[in-house]
Each structure stands twice: as C-alpha cells, then as structure tokens.
Ligand binder design. Sequence first.
Ligand code: KG4
Ligand code: ZN
Length: 372
Amino acid sequence: MLAADHFLAGPVLGIETSCDDTAVAVVVGGHVWTNRVSSQIPIHQRFGGVVPEVASRNHLQSILPTIETALRDVGLEGPDLAGIAVTNRPGLMGALLVGVQTAKTLALAWDVPLIGVHHIEAHCWAAMMAPPGTDRGAKQWSQPELPALALAVSGGHTSVFRVDGPGQSMVLGETLDDAAGEALDKFGKLLGLPYPAGPHVDRAARQGQSDRFRLPKGLKNRRDLAMSFSGLKTAGRQTIERVRAEGLDPAEHLADLCASYQLAAVTQLVDTTMRAARQYDLKDVIVAGGVAANSLLRHTLALRCEEQERRAWLTPRPYCTDNGAMIAGLGSALLARDQLDDPLTLDAQPTVRATLKARKESRDRAQGRRPK
Ligand code: KG4
Ligand code: ZN
C-alpha cells in the first residue's frame, strides 16, 4: 500500500476550534496544501489561561475569514471540496460548537460530505501524513507501520494509545489527574513565564542543570500504564517556595528549575511509553500533541527507541500544537473509508472518555474480557 492510499485523493478542508486556536487547513492525498492558524494566545495571555467564553466568541469572529483565506490559498471554491472534516470531540463545548455548526452549515450549503473527527486521534494521525517539504506529487513517504503505539500529550490530555487505523484507537493508559502540558504550563506560570509556558520552560531548560532539584518522576510500583502529574505540580510549587525560603530569587535559578521539572515530566512520559511498547509489542512509536514539540521529549524518545530497536515517529513540529492539517488528514482517511457523518445530526461532544473508553470496552467484551 502506498502512503497516499491511506487518504482521499480529493481536497479535504479541516476545521479545528476545540480550544484557543481557530485552525483551518486543506489536505489533498495526505499532503498539506495550506495550514492556517488564527491564534488567540495573545488574547488569553492576559488571563494566564484559556477563558472558554472568550475563546468561543473569538472563534466566531475568525472562523469564516480563516476558511476563506485557506480556500484562497489553494485556489478552490467550497463546492470543489471532496469533504469537510471538523473536530467534534473532545474540547471546550462552546468552542467546539462554533466549528461544528460552521462545518455542518457549509457541508449542506456546498453539498459536500462531512466527517466529525476526534481531536486526540487526529493528533496521532498527523504522523501518517506527508511531512512538510515532501513533493506534492509524491505518493510514497516514510510512515509508521500500523498498529503503532502513540503517546498523545498536550495541554488537556496525556494518554498512550494503540493506533490500528483511522478512527480505530484503543486507550492503553492515561493520566489519572493533570495533563503533562498543564503541569508544565502551571509551573512556568509560577515562575512568571507567559501562557502557554510549555515552550518557555523548554527554552529555559536548555541552559539549566536537570539534577539541581529532585522532583518525582511518576507513580511508583505500578505495572499498568497509568500516569500522574499532580504530585509533580505540588512538588514543583514546593521547590519554588523552598528556593524563596532560602532567601534566593527563583527567577535567577529559572534554568535549573525548568530543567529539573522538565526532566521529571519527560522521564515519566518516556518510561510509560516504552513500557507500553514492550507490553503490546509495538515497534513503531508515535509522539503527538502540543508537548511533542518539546526538545527533551523528542530527544529522549528517539534515543530510547533506537536502543530498543523501535522506530520513533516524532510528529513534525508544525503539526504538534493544534492545527487544521491533522483534522483534515484524519478526515481524509475516514472519508476514503466512507466513514461519513450526517450534517443534520453531528453533535459536539466535550468529553473524551465516552468515545475512546467505549471502544476499549467493546474490544474487551469482544475478546471475552470483563470491561474494567
Ligand atoms: O495540542 P495543544 O496545542 O492543545 C491541546 O490540545 O491541549 O497543546 C498545547 C500544550 C500546552 O500545554 C503547551 O505549553 C504545550 O502544548 N507545548 C509545549 C511545547 N510546545 C507546546 N510543552 C513543552 N515544550 C514545548 N516545546
Ligand atoms: Zn490538541
């Protein structure tokens, strides 16, 4: 099978509004033709985090202009599209609704097929698409072999999945509390870094010593694939308080604090991922989502995969943080398999558990195991 065979040959529009980015892209046969993001980061920075109501209102303002720009980029009119893909789960309800209602309306007006896409599955599927710089005519490029293991790690989610195909993922393990991205953002905020702090922690950590402060590297004595970042968050706050109590200025120790904290978060992510790869005997390991842009995570995962003769698939950086390309990409693969949604009934679903857990349960049942 050629890499491009996973995708529909025609142009698919992808719309992403699940959080604070209004993102629109057009993907043709697995190639990203345009990838537009209208970011709300400067708007939410004032509040130190995403304000859901503000996000919805800004999506409303920017969605149609961003779609128009993307279509102009590729010289297409709406009815020329082979499909419209939209994130319909999970995410902030008001934010999701803007994308979903827009996509449903345009699908009906332009008489184009519609497909609702799972945000986290789309993050993982970005690894299957033609990497930036691939010749648009190419039908073949390097791609993970399925089934593959995927670590999806972002501001809202931290899970390991087995990816069997488009729309077919099974949760193998996930965080019991906070997402890794949230833990990085909160720690950076305590140190006065701007929202979202993840990339700033990454940058500061490059100049720091990661053995300067000792921080917890995950749940002890657990053989399952559960993760936890709330203990790290508390320990991070206490470490900053201790530095202050010693009469020191945390800002002057920013690099060491960031390096130590980042090492703890990355160690847990990589250890869990490699344990999952071993347990499920999966050779190809994908890392996806906003935190997949982190330099230490990319470096460490690549190294550990090499040591264990596995193949690491580091999502190209432009497709790590929220983007329309991954939505169009997974939508294109689902459309190629005729997995369409009804534009009159597609719903926005704010929670993730319902869908993915339900799928895991049904598999457990199918294999004669009692669902947990
Ligand atoms: O996937 P994403 O754009 O949105 C969600 O679905 O949550 O991920 C955003 C998260 C934020 O927590 C942000 O701080 C983090 O990704 N992030 C990073 C880096 N770039 C983005 N974290 C660590 N290092 C980075 N380089
Ligand atoms: Zn995301």
